[in-house]
Unconditional design. Sequence first.
Length: 215
Amino acid sequence: MNTAEITSVTKETVDEAEESKGQDFSFCSLEEYNSFIYRFRINSMELDIEIAEDKQRSHGYRIVDAHYLITNAMKLQINHNKHCTGGCLEYFQEKRNGLISSFVYKCNVCDKEMVLETEPTTSSKRSMLNYVAVWGTLATGSCYAHLEEFLSVLDAPALSKKMFFKHERELSSMWKDSLWEVMKLAGKEEHEIAKTNGDIDADGIPYITVFLDGG
Ligand SMILES: [Zn+2]
């Protein structure tokens, strides 16, 4: 039951009390009921909220590092049983970071929670899968909407727009730097070739001849 539901119940309870003035109830007298409602003020009491996790929420497909996942899934249970004999890890919930999922398992004996991720955590904490998904999308001339639709058809959760554009900005900066380096290297190579061929103008600057096809 969430907060909204709890608020709704308590409001309805008080409303019912207002409407039922003058009536006794099967489980208590009107006097007892009103005493409880108005003296203890249910609506102002602090409520304990329990968030029930739906274990069936993890539906659809995920893109995983197969070797990493298979190996670590086995290790997770084996390592836990070294300290908790007989404890069985059961799926509890999924936390997602873009295309990466962290599956939380809970031991049915000691309640210890353990996490199994779908790709190895790097030292930079950057998800390689999220990064290359953006790279591949842009490299094929596509955009966020294309990637989102593609993943939707696969029944796989997509990464957020915010994450996509964050990686896109990083990639555009990296590609720009890389392109500039390649252009500088190509320029130096052409410079050396021009000098070797003696293609130097009246001011002593090497030059190259460029042919265009007019296309
Ligand atoms: Zn255990």
